[in-house]
Write a protein that binds this ligand. Structure first.
Ligand SMILES: NC(=O)c1ccc[n+]([C@@H]2O[C@H](COP(=O)([O-])OP(=O)(O)OC[C@H]3O[C@@H](n4cnc5c(N)ncnc54)[C@H](OP(=O)(O)O)[C@@H]3O)[C@@H](O)[C@H]2O)c1
Length: 330
């Protein structure tokens, strides 16, 4: 079926400036970590991307290893780009990353210049792109000098293979070091991709201060704690949920613990009082943290994207609501 995007797609969602850069990201972005691999239904993947774009989501986030198998999410995304979005490349912000194990031998993992440069070439090939908009180093490498990893990012920008660069999963101190090195090399540091949700608040212990001081932005990944911060696990584990899927290792049935669900039930009550679903409240909650410009969600079904986008209809939190949430999360 031929796809033509919704003409009013830019009327629903705010686009937030990433720190002091020229880049703007939609308040909600879509990641392809899960649901876009070789095990997932291709037509559903098309529908998810089409619906996202129709609702104003202009940013799609990938990584070399997304699948399973690794690389398959980029391949599927490349096919859908060609099929449905060929005329819309300039309306999209596409990101990818390297930093986790991708191919055998000493050059397919971590943070060497050899790995990052080769991996991005492979990613561009799989997606059928000349360049990505954002390239990230996916995790800190304790052995490669940070100067070398940042030199790889600087080189990639100078080669025109990425327009902006960022890092992911770096702590506050290493982020500061990376920013200082990139400044010396002459390529601005733009964005940090960090895990952040009501169930995982580590960024508040210094990282967002660094980003705020340095005029950089944060995109918060896994803002729904892989689905735990929605109403889906309140009455057991649905068979089509991530926790139930054997081929997904990042969330298992044991993660849906009584302790977590106890908190989720209380959070769900606060969301109801606000007139929102829990997923919607969880997304707005990450967006109120300083320097967070976008909540990077995943979705397995189109109605999830439709529900999540409506989070933006009800933005602010009262001091009382925040205090109530903090008490539940303690
Ligand atoms: N940089 C990194 O190291 C890193 C690591 C992880 C992720 N990420 C990025 O973050 C993105 C998002 O990760 P994530 O998918 O774990 O994020 P998430 O938004 O926390 O979880 C998404 C999952 O929650 C469920 N869901 C979403 N909306 C729902 C709704 N309204 N009602 C009920 N369930 C809902 C779906 O699970 P079901 O499948 O159960 O329906 C969906 O697949 C990734 O795609 C990737 O781009 C980055």
């Amino acid at each position: 079926m031929h796809y033509s995007p919704n003409e009013s797609r830019y009327e629903t969602i705010p686009y937030n400036r990433v720190g002091n850069s020229g880049l703007k990201l939609p308040a909600i972005s879509l990641g392809l970590w899960n649901n876009f691999g070789g095990e997932d239904v291709f037509e559903n993947q098309r529908k998810l991307l089409q619906k996202a774009f129709d609702l104003g989501i202009t940013h799609f986030d990938l990584a070399n290893n997304y699948g399973p198998p690794p690389g398959s999410a980029e391949e599927n995304f490349g096919k859908i780009l060609k099929q449905d979005f060929a005329n819309y490349r300039d309306e999209l912000i596409i990101s990818t990353k390297a930093g986790f194990g991708m191919w055998p031998g000493p050059y397919g993992d971590w943070g060497s210049k050899k790995y990052l440069v080769a991996s991005l070439d492979q990613s561009l090939n799989r997606m059928g792109l000349d360049y990505v908009d954002i390239f990230y180093h996916h995790r800190p490498d304790p052995e490669t000098p940070l100067e070398e990893t940042m030199a790889a990012l600087d080189l990639i920008v100078r080669q025109g293979k990425a327009l902006y660069v960022g890092i992911s999963n770096y702590g506050a101190e290493d982020t500061q070091k990376a920013i200082d090195i990139l400044k010396r090399q002459g390529t601005p540091f733009v964005i940090h991709q960090a895990a952040y949700s009501m169930l995982n608040r580590w960024v508040e212990d210094g990282l967002t201060d660094v980003l705020e001081n340095e005029g950089a932005g944060c995109i918060a990944f896994v803002p729904l704690a892989q689905g735990l911060l929605t109403d889906k696990y309140l009455n057991g584990i649905p068979s089509d949920s991530r926790a139930a899927k054997q081929y997904i290792k990042s969330l298992s049935k044991k993660d849906v613990s009584e302790e977590v669900i106890g908190k989720v039930q209380q959070l769900n009550e606060v969301a109801k009082e606000r007139g929102q679903s829990l997923a919607q409240m969880a997304l707005m909650w990450v967006l109120q943290e300083k320097s967070v410009v976008s909540a990077l969600i995943g979705a397995s079904k189109v109605p999830q994207i439709e529900e999540n986008i409506k989070a933006l209809d009800h933005s602010t939190f009262s001091t009382d609501e925040l205090a109530k949430i903090n008490k539940i999360l303690k």
